[in-house]
Design a protein around this ligand. Sequence first.
Ligand code: KDO
Length: 330
Amino acid sequence: MQQLTSRRSLITSAAAASLALATGSALSQGKVRLRLSSPASPTDQRAVAMTSIFAPAVSAFADFEPHWNASLFKQGTELEAISRGNLEMSIASAQELAEFFPEFSVFSAGYVHRDAAHQVRVFNSDFFQPYKKRVEDRLKVKLLSVMYLGRRQINLRTDKQINTPADLAGVKLRMPGSEAWLFLGRALGANPVPMAFTEVYTGLQTGAIDGQDNPLPTVRDAKFFEVTKQVVLTSHLVDLNYLTISKTLWDRMTPQQQATVQKAADDAAQSARQRQLALEGELEAFLKEKGLRVYTPNLDAFRKQVQEAYLKSDLAKNWERGALERINAL
Ligand code: KDO
């Protein structure tokens, strides 16, 4: 709670902090450094697209410098770093934004987004524009594009068959460390344990946690299949991230540079989305080959429990009136 309060108060000081960045040299006088920090591994399709599509597209005026595996900033601290002028780009979750803007938790709720195309429609809708503007004005972070992470599935090191949320009672399910993520773990019926992404492999190996949830491509990229026995296809969250950039830096770019960055971001997101979707289709077979059990539980039971939990939660009290209906209608 302490952390939350200080995060929210950061919003008011963001404008002042970012002034330091604004007084730097104009972008036309030299190449701008675009450092991006993310816990994603370099083999994650978003990382691949940023390196192979985004970087060359902006290279005339910017040096894209990615730091994968959270090697520059710890997971969940990137937005604050951008806001304070210490970082230029990140791949942020709605759950992280909800730490600053509680109304963002509606985009992090289980069984709300239906698929990758729905995420794009929501991101580009009129309804979403005020959300983007608030983040720009108050946190000094611009949401450039929506990136598809995939359908999150439950991946366990234990043997017990999981059919309904009741079967997850007492299961130590690792979740990323924020309020909105932990709520999702509880809504699924598990006992959520907050842990940074980069610690999950060891957590599974040592038994500090019983399982984790992530889309199948992440289970492969992070090699979680080496230390787990089963994947329960709950598809409880069609997960997204936002590709972000410092708004202060953005405002110093020429309109031409802004257009180039925006197109590069959209092209990278689109390519990563296609590749991630294709991988999701292929990886069930790959995981079975690796000896994991992969099966679908009682999805109606999961959907019912998760949706009911959100609707009566404190998180939902912060959702804007009609937000869920607007998202569902898109
Ligand atoms: C994770 O920590 O489980 C998560 O999948 C959360 C996402 O929002 C995102 O941060 C992702 O990790 C990283 O990009 C690593 O894939």
